[in-house]
Design a protein around this ligand. Structure first.
Ligand code: BTN
Length: 252
């Protein structure tokens, strides 16, 4: 049972017991809900999806699997930086819940004490007459068994280990509220107001990293993000800009 009071506009909120993926679910609903804000949470995902074609481990009743369908009038170009803003919304929700030590990893991962706590998957449904719809998917780990951790195959963090007394409903309500607020702000002002905020919380700020998966390997020191949310990298070729996509940032 989820009770929440949201300060921002939401047209539909649905809570499902079981679904393949909350992102895929909203993707199917998109064309019938143009102009609407539609949120879905699920207890479990049978085929939760992560970035770069990976699975998102989604056991029953433990974590938060949330997707939000939003319409944009400026076309796909108006979405620059939205994935970073989503990560900031998750970070703000965690700060509001009293969690310290939260960091961001470009383009849209949320870390707690050096381990991944939440992941974000943005999917655009297409552009028609310069209108487009986006499904913003957030997976936030509250508790995971050893078996789940094994399936994930990378260091992970879970909110219940950090703050056992937090209720999932409370976390879900604050998260959705912050997400709606961030989307509102982003629709009005774009990414630019978040540029500084991001850099201050980037776990690799001023560190040397390597960029994997974008064709040619890039290496350099992280120098923040530009007004579009692209990563600024100082390499031996000078300042380079890295666009978000199917890539991943690793420390050297
Ligand atoms: C990542 O690889 O870091 C992104 C993970 C995104 C997972 C969330 S869970 C809710 C939504 N539904 C999905 O299938 N994926 C996203």
């Amino acid at each position: 049972q989820i009770r929440m009071q949201l300060s921002q506009r939401l047209d539909i909120l649905e809570v499902l017991l079981d679904v393949d993926s909350t992102n895929s679910y909203l993707f199917q609903k998109a064309s019938d809900h143009m102009g609407k804000r539609y949120a879905v949470m699920a207890e479990k995902q049978a085929a939760g999806r992560g970035r770069r074609g990976r699975q998102w481990v989604s056991p029953f009743g433990k974590n938060i699997y949330l997707s939000l369908l939003v319409s944009f009038s400026g076309g796909i170009a108006a979405l620059e930086g939205l994935s970073l803003v989503t990560a900031i919304a998750v970070e703000r929700a965690l700060v509001k819940l009293g969690i310290d030590g939260i960091g961001l990893k470009w383009p849209n991962d949320v870390y707690a004490d050096g381990k991944k706590l939440a992941g974000i998957l943005l999917e655009v449904t297409g552009e028609y007459n310069s209108h487009c719809q986006v499904v913003i998917g957030v997976g936030l780990n509250l508790s995971l068994s050893d078996k789940d951790a094994e399936d994930i195959g990378q260091p992970w963090a879970a909110l219940k280990t950090i703050r056992p007394e937090l209720s999932r409903n409370q976390v879900a309500a604050v998260l959705l509220d912050e997400l709606l607020q961030a989307v509102d702000e982003f629709q009005k002002q774009g990414f630019a107001p978040y540029q500084q905020y991001w850099s201050e919380r980037d776990i690799f700020h001023h560190q040397e990293v390597v960029i994997l998966g974008g064709g040619e390997e890039k290496r350099g020191v992280v120098k923040g993000v530009n007004r579009k949310g692209e990563l600024m990298l100082h390499s031996d070729k000078g300042m380079e800009v890295v666009m978000a996509g199917e890539i991943s940032v690793r420390p050297v």
